[in-house]
Design a protein around this ligand. Structure first.
Ligand code: CA
Length: 251
């Protein structure tokens, strides 16, 4: 069956245009004009395969809707494509603080929208093939690949879909340098609209979320990032007790 797309857009003309174009492309659609309607429509079975979510809504903002979808067991895995107006805080939206998978900037062309929808759906549909994979363990870190869950020691860390993909990619390629461009292509998929700085922002945020396990991701200045080939948990306390003579640490 063709993917079901939930269109959340408060402007009636634009909503109708989106419905028309997505249906013409073979997608099934469901529509919502407000944030409240969007939440109801997202929780209704069959669940949507993707939510196209306008940021500026009359009642509840798109970013808040996205956060609520991520917090709900039933909808946490549904990919969200955010539609923002130019000048809105794209980095916050796609800073994936709220867990969006990608974004388009209004006014966008139908062609661009369809490309992004296809890319997001492709990434989401790639998941079932991974379901046979066992949990991955690395030092303090444990990943449930099919469930998209992550633990540091005993505590679960809530990662956005993108953060999880970033972590998984780095971890699977541990010991090997990953340039920002490689990560943009392989993690973000559509590499034109985001800059390499976006990669830095997300790696920084991922490290913060991982706490002690954040040290597993090394920065290679001017090049990119590398996940350690083996956990280094034993090393850190020793370094605290014996400051390095080259003074590399303290200012
Ligand atoms: Ca709007």
């Amino acid at each position: 069956m063709s993917p079901l797309i939930l269109i959340v857009e408060d402007e009636p003309d634009l909503r109708a245009t989106l419905e028309y174009n997505l249906q013409r492309e073979g997608y099934r659609t469901r529509s919502a004009a407000t944030g409240r309607q969007a939440l109801l429509a997202a929780r209704e079975e069959p669940f949507p395969d993707l939510v196209l979510l306008d940021v500026m809504l009359p009642d509840v903002s798109g970013t808040e809707i996205c956060r609520l979808l991520r917090a709900d067991e039933r909808t946490r895995a549904v990919p969200v494509l955010m539609a923002t107006a130019r000048g809105e805080e794209i980095d916050r939206v796609v800073g994936f603080e709220v867990g969006a998978d990608d974004y388009v900037v209004k006014p966008y062309s139908v062609r661009e929208l369809l490309l992004r929808i296809r890319a997001v759906l492709r990434r989401a549909q790639a998941k079932p093939a991974e379901q046979a994979k066992p949990d991955v363990e690395f030092g303090r870190l444990r990943l449930d690949i099919s469930g998209h869950r992550c633990w540091v020691d005993a505590d679960e860390t809530i990662l956005t879909a993108l953060e999880f993909r970033l972590l998984q990619t780095l971890l699977e390629r541990r010991g090997r340098v990953q340039t920002r461009d490689m990560l943009l292509t392989d993690v973000w998929g559509v590499s034109t609209a985001v800059t390499t700085r976006t990669v830095d922002t997300h790696v920084k945020r991922l490290r913060q979320k991982l706490g002690l396990a954040g040290n597993y991701v090394e920065t290679l200045r001017g090049v990119g990032y590398r996940f350690l080939p083996a956990p280094n948990d034993g090393a850190a306390p020793v370094m605290d007790e014996h400051p390095k003579r080259d003074g590399g640490g303290a200012p």
